[in-house]
Design a protein around this ligand. Structure first.
Ligand code: IDP
Ligand code: MG
Length: 156
C-alpha cells in the first residue's frame, strides 16, 4: 500500500489543529503507521527541503520549520501521496480551495499547516529521513475490508 510522509507544521500545533488534521486523514480512510512529536534539527530540515535551496523563501522556511516541534506521520492508503496532496490544497493558503486543510484553515503563503510528500521517490526518502524502521508499525488494517471493496482481489 502506498505510504506518504506528513508533517503537521508548527503553526498548526500552536493553533491546536493537530487533532482535527489527524482526524481528516483517519476519516478519509488512511491508516496511521507512524507518528511522533519532535523538533527537527536545522540540518535535517535543510536536507528535507534541499530542492528549495537558494530560493528566497528557503531560509525563513528552515527557521519556521526548525524553531518549534512538529508532528511527523507516516500514513498509508491507496494512492496516498496524491490523495493527501489534494486534501492539503494549494501551497498558499489564500489560493487553496475551500474544503481542503489549507483552504479551510490557512491564509498565509508560509504558515500553511501541513507538508505532504509530492512523489513516491520523495515519500520514501522523507520517511527514511525522519523515521527508523522500528518506529513504523505496518500492522494489518482491521477496517481494510470496509474501507475498500476487496472482493475482486484488489483494493477497489
Ligand atoms: P508544498 O508544501 O505545497 O509542497 P513547496 O513549493 O514545496 O510547497 O514549498 C515548501 C514550503 O515552503 C511551503 O509549504 C511553504 O510553507 C513555503 N513556501 C513556499 N513558497 C513560498 C513563498 O513564496 N513564500 C513563503 N513561503 C513559501
Ligand atoms: Mg513541496
Amino acid at each position: 500500500m502506498e505510504r506518504t510522509l506528513l508533517i503537521i507544521k508548527p503553526d498548526a500545533i500552536q493553533r491546536r489543529y493537530v487533532g482535527r488534521i489527524v482526524t481528516r486523514f483517519e476519516e478519509k480512510g488512511f491508516q496511521i503507521v507512524a507518528l511522533k512529536l519532535t523538533q527537527i534539527p536545522e540540518k535535517v530540515i535543510r536536507r528535507h527541503y534541499s530542492a528549495h535551496e537558494g530560493k528566497p523563501f528557503f531560509e525563513p522556511l528552515v527557521r519556521y520549520m526548525s524553531a518549534q516541534p512538529v508532528v511527523l506521520m507516516v500514513v498509508r492508503a491507496k494512492g496516498a501521496i496524491a490523495v493527501a496532496r489534494k486534501m492539503m490544497g494549494a501551497t498558499f493558503g489564500a489560493n487553496a480551495e475551500p474544503g481542503t486543510l489549507r483552504g479551510d484553515f490557512a491564509i498565509s503563503n508560509r504558515f500553511n499547516l501541513i507538508h505532504g510528500s509530492d512523489s513516491p521517490e520523495a515519500a520514501e526518502k522523507e520517511i527514511a529521513l525522519f523515521f527508523k524502521p522500528e518506529e513504523i508499525h505496518e500492522v494489518a488494517d482491521a477496517q481494510e475490508g470496509i474501507v475498500y471493496d476487496l472482493s475482486a482481489g484488489e483494493r477497489i
